[in-house]
Design a protein around this ligand. Sequence first.
Ligand code: GLA
Length: 423
Amino acid sequence: MFLFFVLSLCTLSAHALDNGLALTPPMGWLHWERFRCETDCRQFPFDCISENLFKAMADKMASDGYLDAGYEYVIMDDCWLAMDRDSEGRLQADPDRFPSGIKALADYVHAKGLKFGIYEDYGTKTCAGYPGSLDHLEIDAKTFAEWGVDYLKMDGCNVTPDEAMEAGHLEMARYLNETGREIVFSCEFPLYRGDKVINSIMKFDKKLIVFQANYSVAIEACNLWRNYNDIEDSWVSVTNIVNHYKKNQDKYVAVAGPGHWNDPDMLIIGNFGLSLDQSKAQMTIWAIWAAPLIMSVDLRTIKPEFKEILLNKHAIKINQDPLGIQGHLQTTINDVDVWLKPISPNVGGEFSYAVGFVSNRDDGYPYRIEFTLRDFGLNNTAGYVLTDAFVSDETTVVKNTDKLEVFVNPSGAVLWHLVANEA
Ligand code: GLA
């Protein structure tokens, strides 16, 4: 089966967006989940969407170990724009909240060794009602390049999600490439054309399927794409996303690979809604999925124990594995999901693996499960060097036939990094 994955990845990457970027899942920070569309800087100077917020986050990313760990993009989401384009039809930032302009902000971010990302919408307006890019794609691509933008998130509000929307994203990808600047292209059209729409229509008529996202276009146009609802600050929201990915696992695993990733949305670790165990669970699943690791948290006030999860070097290494294979749900044992991601090095034809145990249970004690690695299809007879990612850097060698056990906390996770041993 894994040979099939690898072969299909090779075929898909032949048609992938030809910008050579995001060969491993992008890592960074995006304001939306945590900071939303607060534009009142008089009342909320600390939290409003302004150049000060992004400078403060850039400072923290550079000084507090995030950049060193691989988080490199500082990305603005919706609500940075002025309500009108300038006299030459170019986008402009809100002058009160971004008095120095976007170019100066991008320069500031770059001076810290980071990269700068921006948000626009493919429709007439952004989801929050600011000017959209429809009929302005080329000039917007040029403007972003002139400003020094390294990453564009393109939303899909306020436009009919028909096939023309897909063609429009191919066009935008071309304009971005033509600028000559390296700009990661993050899309949302699969969400708008895909399963969300189908689900809401299916409530009324199970047979009526109106829109269906074309993932070949997503691969050709985009470096990453959203395919499900916005994440919110709760375990329920994380669980809804995970369930959606489980249901669509075969389709999603097949389309992910270097340069083109499924984006289950931001990491909400360190905010208000997830416990420490649930935060480990989100980090585990996102690592296994080869999902973009885009934090949305206040880096000025995050508690150290949550920061530690975001900076966990084993989880990041698994996520950033160069093979870029999206992991999958292998089995579920007494309501504990066992996720597998084949990773490098491949030793004599046997992959190394990340194994994530994620509990859907909410009863009392840490739940014990017993297994052998062979039960999960791990066949390296010389065994594996095991690191328990959230516990320590210590390693032990395990055979694939050893009887092993883990204890998984309610709505928590255990993440194992298993490097195939040489025979
Ligand atoms: C949509 C997107 C979110 C965010 C908001 C901004 O809901 O899916 O990620 O960008 O718009 O308005």
